[in-house]
Design a protein around this ligand. Structure first.
Ligand code: ADP
Length: 375
């Protein structure tokens, strides 16, 4: 497997603006290798964006040629504090394949992720399937196993962390970074903490991805074992950009048993495959109905669809979560079950899922090593 030193060595051969190597001219501001992906940030003068774009591409080529690197992602950050530039996003926002040429807000992202062992996306093909509830309880489940955990509510269109955790304060700023709020020992950050809940959020795509990169790079996450990212629902440009910009250790897909949802889930699976983020598995939510009165079980929808679908897609099936009033009530009351009743039967379901996710993360990174290095 390639490491940071290999990347630095490759970058030494890439000339910067004056012909001096990128490394010698101190333009390399961050390197991060996650499995077969290498992330590099270089800082350049936004006024010379064209020139820097050519350098960025050369750097990407050089890093991409390193043995063990299957994908190189080089981003440019502004060398100087960005000036207010109303047209900064113009012409860049829709090119999710390479990222904008000058991406000032991305500054700090690499430094931030270096202190986070695993970044895990929780995604769904569409809204309303229980993605946020699952993300919150998974985060709590990972924390219950001794991990230091953060939850980044990246669902900028409809942030749910304030409701799920009953958190409504504004984050403090210390040393130029926002301090995440905390619930049940999990650090939580959400755009919902910054914007009034009643203000309709009409974000353009580029602004969304800017907000996300800021929430990752400009938040004092500290050392974390896992950062669970509650992704915006769907598989559009915004989701793709986010999946691409963040060095994901893996993705968990939440789906309901209905066929339609499964079609969407399939799209989510292929989106992560496209950006080469390993899919840890699919969780079937609202899989069956548990009657709170008699304890009887009813398969409301054609139950088992996600398991079947996961098998067909060759993706692990992580488990089922029942449709249960207690899960809805606790998450809507700001006390997600794993935090509110960690010994209960509902918590057990999520704890079991979290244990599987933890194991997959740990074994996966081990697997990323020698297997990939070809002789
Ligand atoms: P998403 O993030 O996919 O939009 P949410 O997590 O916000 O979905 O869930 C949508 C609604 O469904 C919420 O009211 C939530 O409390 C409820 N919900 C989620 N999972 C379950 C479940 N397993 N049983 C009962 N209600 C659930």
């Amino acid at each position: 497997m390639a490491n940071e030193a290999d990347v630095l060595k490759a970058l030494e051969k890439v000339p910067g603006p004056g012909g001096v190597s990128l490394v010698a001219s101190n333009a390399v501001s961050g390197i991060n290798v996650a499995g077969t992906k290498a992330f590099v940030s270089i800082s350049g003068d936004p006024a010379r964006a064209k020139e820097w774009e050519a350098i960025r591409l050369a750097a990407e080529r050089a890093v991409g040629e390193i043995g063990g690197v299957e994908r190189a992602i080089v981003t440019l950050t502004a060398e100087h504090a960005p000036r207010p530039e109303p047209a900064r996003d113009h012409g860049h926002g829709h090119h999710h394949d390479r990222g904008p040429a000058v991406a000032a807000p991305r500054r700090g992202i690499i430094a931030a992720v270096e202190r986070i062992r695993f970044i895990v996306a929780v995604a769904s093909g569409k809204g309303g399937v229980g993605k946020s509830t699952t993300a919150a309880n998974l985060a709590l489940g990972l924390a219950a196993q001794g991990w230091r955990v953060g939850l980044l509510d990246a669902d900028v269109y409809g942030p749910s962390a304030p409701r799920l955790f009953g958190l409504h304060g504004k984050p403090q700023v210390a040393d130029g970074k926002m301090v995440p709020l905390e619930a049940y020992g999990v650090k939580v950050m959400s755009i919902g903490f910054l914007v009034d809940e009643n203000v309709p959020m009409v974000w353009r795509g580029p602004m969304v991805s800017q907000a996300l990169t800021q929430m990752l790079g400009e938040v004092a996450w500290g050392e974390l074992d896992a950062l669970v990212v509650d992704m915006p629902p769907g598989t559009g440009d915004v989701q793709l950009t986010l999946a691409q910009q963040v060095p994901l250790a893996g993705a968990v897909i939440v789906s309901t048993p209905q066929d339609l949802a499964l079609i969407d889930a399939r799209r989510a699976v292929s989106m992560f495959q496209k950006v080469e983020a390993p899919i840890l598995g699919i969780i079937e939510n609202m899989s069956y109905f548990l009657c709170p009165h008699c304890g009887g079980r009813t398969d409301v929808f054609s139950h088992g669809g996600a398991r079947h679908d996961a098998e067909k897609l060759g993706v692990p099936f992580l488990g089922e979560v029942p449709l249960d009033a207690a899960i809805r009530e606790t998450s809507d009351a700001g006390r997600p079950v794993v935090g509110a009743d960690p010994q209960g039967a509902h918590a057990a379901i999520y704890l079991n899922l979290a244990a599987k996710v933890k194991t997959l993360l740990e074994t996966q990174t081990r697997r990323a090593g020698p297997v990939i290095v070809k002789g």
